[in-house]
Design a protein around this ligand. Structure first.
Ligand SMILES: CC(C)(COP(=O)(O)OP(=O)(O)OC[C@H]1O[C@@H](n2cnc3c(N)ncnc32)[C@H](O)[C@@H]1OP(=O)(O)O)[C@@H](O)C(=O)NCCC(=O)NCCS
Length: 344
């Protein structure tokens, strides 16, 4: 009979990349198995951060053996939980997750500079993370949960790539609109387009980067210049622009997440141009490009309540592979403590 867990929780910054590598490699295998995602690039990046001892987080050990870890990154007054993972080889991985979450939230709730906490951890099934957070947070913190879907399309299973049940050719672009392959010169206008496209949008409740231009620039930076969300593929990424003004109308961005799998990291159309099949056009353009190269699968994530986008994806042939949650915690704003505390 195995004896019960004897968990010890230590600061992540006490550990080297070498010590954590086996656990992370195990996690990479889970990512690949569950989401077709080759997570090894992200792990190498994370290991570099670990070795520089700057990431706030915790490691769980059971009788000295590393069995779980978590970390977050700070962005202004927000903390984004980057990962929480417990080894599936442990008898009770969820109780390890629970303990890690308790330590992380205790730290973040006690940090006066952190007002908001975001988490979107794809390996957790829907309902799991919100339940753990709800059981852990203090009564003053507001918890919001947003159901999210991980969708997948098998390009080989959709041989007519104007994609069933749509017509057999791409819709024509209106003459005043031009399609361009992604180039770095579109970086800044794309950040501006993203900010405009998400004003008042559900996804800007989940990720507050969408609410400002600086945040949208950071979002773009993360998906284009970092391998955290796969390796950006400029050949499968496109923009639409108005010929007369050169103004950006829409964008679709893709990354390679495995040798045979791509991930649509962004699709948006400027509000005034919506409902004219331009989102549809961009999506099909990128799928056709992927189908003509080495991709077999295309994945993306979408909020279940983002009806127009979900409708578009389902009509294009995507189906749900996995359901997970985005969780947002808002701490009450505290009044500053007057200093000095006693006036003489
Ligand atoms: C999602 C988005 C890119 C769609 O762009 P669009 O150019 O307006 O979409 P299309 O005109 O190509 O519509 C494609 C299909 O989506 C569906 N759709 C679009 N808008 C819809 C709406 N308001 N309600 C229901 N379905 C809608 C329809 O099925 C439509 O097909 P139809 O025209 O034959 O009915 C656009 O709404 C957008 O930028 N939204 C904000 C950003 C966003 O949510 N991106 C996706 C994140 S995962």
């Amino acid at each position: 009979m195995t004896s019960p867990q004897q968990l010890e929780i230590l600061d992540l910054r006490h550990f080297t990349a070498r010590q954590l590598r086996p656990l992370l490699e195990q996690e990479a295998a889970v990512w690949y198995h569950r989401l077709r995602w080759d997570y090894r690039g992200s792990i190498e990046l994370l290991l570099q951060y670990l070795d520089s001892r700057i990431l706030p987080g915790f490691v769980a050990l059971d009788r000295g053996r590393i069995c779980g870890f978590c970390f977050c990154v700070y962005e202004g007054q927000k903390a984004v939980i980057g990962d929480i993972y417990a080894s599936a080889q442990e008898p009770s991985p969820l109780s390890i997750v629970h303990t890690l979450v308790r330590h992380l939230l205790e730290t973040l709730e006690a940090s006066p500079d952190v007002l908001r906490i975001e988490a979107q951890l794809l390996l957790f099934d829907e309902g799991v993370l919100p339940a753990i957070f709800a059981a852990t947070i203090s009564t003053h913190t507001r918890l919001q949960t947003f159901p999210r879907l991980f969708l997948e399309l098998d390009l080989a299973g959709t041989p007519n790539l104007a994609l069933a049940p749509r017509p057999a050719s791409l819709p024509e672009l209106p003459a005043e609109i031009e399609l361009c392959r992604w180039s770095p010169s579109f970086y800044q206008p794309t950040a501006e387009l993203i900010q405009t496209a998400y004003v008042g949008h559900l996804d800007s409740e989940i990720n507050d980067q969408y609410r400002t231009l600086a945040g949208s620039e950071r979002f773009l930076h993360n998906i284009i210049r970092f391998p955290g969300c796969g390796v950006f593929d400029p050949d499968a990424s496109f923009i639409l622009r108005e010929r007369r003004s050169n103004g950006l109308i829409g964008v679709v961005l893709c990354s390679r997440v495995a040798p045979d799998a791509g991930h649509v990291t962004q699709l948006c159309v400027a509000p005034v141009w919506r409902g004219r099949r331009l989102g549809d056009f961009l999506l099909r353009q990128t799928l056709l490009r992927m189908a003509s190269t080495s991709y077999r699968f295309v994945t993306l994530t979408v909020s279940e309540n983002n009806h127009s986008a979900l409708q578009l994806y389902l009509a294009t042939g995507f189906s749900t592979r996995h359901r997970f949650d985005a969780v947002v915690l808002d701490k009450p704003v505290r009044r500053p403590i007057p200093w000095p505390p006693f006036q003489t």
